[in-house]
Design a protein around this ligand. Structure first.
Ligand code: ADP
Ligand code: MG
Length: 293
């Protein structure tokens, strides 16, 4: 049988599978590094192109292109060490704090290239806030934790304005009812889940447009995790969110689109449901079915 005869006799599903198999990353086949799926958004809040990141000589991110849509939740998944945190940190210039780290490429927050050396990172980090893996409240009262950024950025002239910012932020973070009677107690005295919501309140208090979250639930128990996930869903009505997670279930629950990273390359971006049910790329499929990671 010649090739076309084989193709004719192969049921369509099998042929599809074969085509995907050819999509493997090998040294010789560098074209395959091109991200498959839907990396772009019609309504982008942030738009990244040709992003490379190096730690000294070592390259950690290879030519990544990705949009994050307005009020969209984008999840970033992939095996440990694939560059998720590195990429996320680019989005508010947190990599500037790492001496050996060099970032090239374009990072547009609406029409501003935030990778421009003239960009002032202090207001940038108010517009693009970050919530870390381990809750990191300041050794201050609950009130002062939330008021911190608002004070620094001069967002409130009067005490009553500051009170209002603190209350609304705690409400949006789903923490107000639990702490309203003990605002002057230390933030570090709260449970882990409450501390993480406090950190989210602190981020919200400076009215960000984008919230970056790097495995925000990895230090939390399942109940605290469920609360944060609910919160992410609510927050996405008003904010644009990029979340790194090692939990595929979490990505599936909270995100609209999912980006799969592998060895510093953005392999696939698609609607979350598609990524977890019918991914375009072999490597994505291998990861979601637990063959590595
Ligand atoms: P992930 O968040 O997906 O686990 P990271 O972004 O932390 O991955 O790491 C990507 C790669 O960059 C890894 O090889 C890691 O060792 C390297 N890396 C991360 N942070 C640093 C750093 N501060 N200095 C040097 N190499 C780093
Ligand atoms: Mg990480």
């Amino acid at each position: 049988m010649n090739d076309s005869a084989i193709a004719e006799s192969t049921p369509p599903l099998k042929r599809e599978k074969k085509a995907v198999k050819a999509n493997k990353i090998t040294e010789e086949n560098s074209d395959a590094y091109t991200t498959v799926g839907q990396a772009f958004s019609e309504n982008a809040k942030m738009s990244m192109t040709n992003v490379d990141v190096f730690y000294g000589e070592k390259q950690a991110i290879y030519d990544v292109n990705l949009d994050i849509g307005t009020n969209e939740v984008v999840a970033m998944i992939g095996p440990s060490g694939c560059g998720k945190s590195t990429f996320l940190r680019c989005l508010n210039r947190m990599n500037d704090t790492i001496d050996t780290c060099r970032v090239t490429g374009n990072f547009f927050l609406e029409d501003q290239n935030i990778n421009d050396k003239k960009m002032d990172v202090v207001p940038l980090r108010a517009r693009v806030g970050m919530v870390f893996q381990k809750p990191n409240p300041f050794p201050k009262s609950i009130y002062d934790n939330v008021a911190y950024g608002a004070r620094i950025h001069g967002l409130a002239d009067r005490r009553s304005d500051l009170d209002e910012i603190v209350e609304t932020s705690l409400q949006k973070a789903g923490l107000w009812n639990e702490v309203k009677d003990r605002l002057q107690q230390p933030g570090t005295g709260l449970s882990g889940g409450q501390q993480q919501r406090l950190c989210i309140a602190r981020t919200i208090a400076v009215s960000p447009e984008v919230i970056l979250m790097d495995e925000p639930c990895s230090a939390l128990d399942p109940i605290a995790t469920a609360k944060i996930e609910e919160l992410i869903d609510e927050l996405s009505q008003n904010y644009t969110i990029a979340i790194v997670t090692h939990s595929m279930q979490q990505a599936a629950r909270v995100s609209h689109r999912t980006a799969y990273f592998h060895l510093g390359k953005l392999i696939e971006v698609n609607e979350t449901e598609k990524v977890f049910t019918n991914p375009d790329h072999d490597l994505t499929e291998a990861y979601i079915t637990g063959r590595f990671g």
